[in-house]
Design a protein around this ligand. Sequence first.
Ligand code: GTP
Ligand code: ZN
Length: 199
Amino acid sequence: MAFEFVASSRLPTEFGDFVIHGFQDSATGKEHVALSVGTLNDGEPVLMRVHSECLTGDGFGSLRCDCGPQLQAAMQQISHVGRGVILYLRQEGRGIGLVNKIRAYALQDTGADTVEANERLGFGADLREYAMCEDMLRHLGVATVRLLTNNPKKVEGLRAVGIDVIERVPLFVGANPHNEGYMLTKTAKMGHLLKPSQS
Ligand SMILES: Nc1nc2c(ncn2[C@@H]2O[C@H](COP(=O)(O)OP(=O)(O)OP(=O)(O)O)[C@@H](O)[C@H]2O)c(=O)[nH]1
Ligand SMILES: [Zn+2]
């Protein structure tokens, strides 16, 4: 089978107690994980975050983007509610990979915005795909979701692979002096909704 569940275990974190579920995609060689809290297979809508890997933001605390605070806020909210799931997808750099993201950052250091940098490297602005999410949610028994995101295209992408997104729930974490321009580009060129008035 191309995509399979491998194992689950307890994962206590500083944001609360999760269960981590490991999946392998033999077609791509990627390993994806889900972090869940509570009972998900009861047919009720599930609060969900689909988070794309960002080693620099999630792991190193980079201020160039908003990924780290978004992941932490999602973990806090889901833990607080006591029910929900985070799908952590290994699609670093919107799918171009870690080293290519660093190449894109180098271009941004000399004036390109996040979209132009990808294009100069010969990539589209966003190469992510979401088909694996359907497999992961089926395994977890999730029927419908309320999606924590500021990106309407992510809602469309998930619906396109058969996931029943019944609501988009904004995930605002604010900006800092290092990511202000990046956040403006996401709004202007990528359709992100980054103000409460836009939601
Ligand atoms: N290529 C590239 N990828 C980036 C850059 N900054 C962040 N990323 C990646 O972008 C992904 C996160 O996407 P975002 O556009 O921040 O947000 P989103 O997931 O589309 O939307 P939200 O659900 O609102 O977070 C992660 O995989 C990051 O590694 C960049 O300048 N260039
Ligand atoms: Zn990031």
